[in-house]
Design a protein around this ligand. Structure first.
Ligand SMILES: [Zn+2]
Length: 165
């Protein structure tokens, strides 16, 4: 007998049980084993359920610079867990990836296109968007080839502010 993987448990400080499911409230028994946690979770969510609107929004800004918490990074993907939806952002100096909550605290920078535009002697168009993009390129945040996607609804992982490579 073991815990059924469809439950999403957190640890508890109750003296009667150690783990309780955040969906259905089932818990193990101390002593006595897994109790109702051994059976499939009646409130389990679809593993592949994805917040399509948020995903599409992030994808529309793929590889763009984004401002968060007074720092500029590059949007490289979308992730989701049981708790929240996130924009995956790579930051420079030192290079790190943060899963930033979609709830707020981020500013897309595509509106800077065309601002302070000059044409270089080689005929290249340099605007403020290009300058920030270029700054990221030069500091360890090149554009990604593919949009990253991490949907991990079975595992209770809070990505927010977690450094993952
Ligand atoms: Zn459950």
């Amino acid at each position: 007998m073991s815990k059924h993987p469809s439950h999403r448990t957190r640890f508890s400080d109750s003296s009667y049980y150690d783990e309780v499911c955040i969906y259905c409230g089932a818990h193990d028994e101390v002593p006595g084993g897994w109790g109702r946690l051994a059976k499939p979770c009646p409130e389990a969510r679809d593993q592949h359920e994805i917040s399509q609107d948020l995903h599409d929004l992030v994808k529309a800004h793929f590889n763009e610079p984004v401002l968060t918490d007074f720092q500029v990074g590059r949007i490289i993907g979308y992730s989701q867990d049981a708790m929240d939806c996130y924009m995956m952002i790579r930051y420079p100096n030192p290079t790190k990836v943060i899963h930033h909550t979609m709830v707020g605290g981020y500013y897309f920078l595509d509106r800077l296109k065309g601002q302070n535009l000059v044409i270089s002697t080689q005929g290249e168009e340099w605007d403020d968007y290009f300058r920030i993009d270029n700054m990221l390129e030069l500091n360890g945040c090149p554009k990604e080839k593919e949009f990253l996607l991490e949907i991990d609804n079975w595992n209770y992982i809070v990505y927010n502010n977690t450094v993952r490579g």
